[in-house]
Write a protein that binds this ligand. Sequence first.
Ligand code: PHB
Length: 394
Amino acid sequence: MTSRRTLLKAAWGTVATGAVATPAWAADAGPIRIGLILPMTGQSASTGKQIDAAVKLWIAQNGDKVAGRKVEVILKDDAAVPDTTKRLAQELIVNDKVTVLAGFGITPCALSVAPLATQSKTPEVVMAAATSSITQASPFIVRSSFTLPQVTVAIADWAAKNKIKKVVTLVADYGPGFDAEKFFDSQFRLDGGQILDKLRTPLKSPDFAPVLQKVSDAKPDALFVFLPSGQGAAFMKQFAERGLDKSGIRLIATGDVTDDDQLNDMGDVALGVVNSHHYSAAHPSALNKKFVDAFQAANKFRPNFMAVGGYDGMRIIYKALEATKGEGGEKLLEAMKGQVFESPRGPVLIDAQTRDIVQDVYIRKVERVPAMGNQLYNVEFDVIKAVKDPGKSK
Ligand code: PHB
């Protein structure tokens, strides 16, 4: 008996020693790879620049190891061309054996990868694109950004309660624009307002002159605008050049238009623009101040809402990998669902049913802030707590 026990002990000792050198469960435990697909060039390049910087900041602050394994981010530029996104995702899954796909600057790019995420059971973390339906395109999609219905209802409500009775809407002519147009329209009319006209501009190289002429002729109390991140400054310039800023027509928008990436360069035309969104670089929380300071020290530019989507997306990925000890697939997806945490934007939840983000939406006004270097910021003055994407229930 004793000798058997000794033998067993000895055998166990051998296995255990071997296990320390090369644990069986980690025999092929190389780095955990995250495939990050972003528009680093082209019209949406500011989104790529912002998210790339935020991912780097997350890693600098939290380390490049999770569950004892190295994390490797493989950055690919899709120039916001959906066919390219799809090809790059395929290569990342098949050749690089990534555990997670992340990024996705615009809606068509996020959607092009959905079937691949489903087939390969690879979680797809959407850090930027914001059309409501994206999370319904694959059960493997999780979103850390926002949705257009989520942020649009608040500004429609605010407008109706602030003596704005007649509105013209102007949106980019694709998914998120359709969401913004539809949800502004329904909320504003429900509140007793009237929509005089619905205008759309092409996603690529829009010329705002023809639509601004129509706005001028229609003479609404306000113009509501959604344009994707990167187009706000060009729009503001033309709005001012055509004298619309002095016409008595108020400008209201989603925060995509008064984007922190460009806001400070827009000049006085942006002052007083009331808008709704989920993130402002001026959000007055201790965590956000820390985030903005660290981001600006590393980059010399201000983080915008895309950066926060990237930063929080990395948080979701890291916490999920910790929970699964580096395992991917369905287990990783499950570990992403239901996460609750404080983001630089405020408290957030990844809704386990919809895999979409639940968050506070703020009403803000563009102001010059003396305490912040006299720069232009979206200053929050009201909040709607814990907003779920209204697009899911319609
Ligand atoms: C999108 O394409 O989904 C998108 C891009 C930029 C935004 C919002 C939505 O600011």
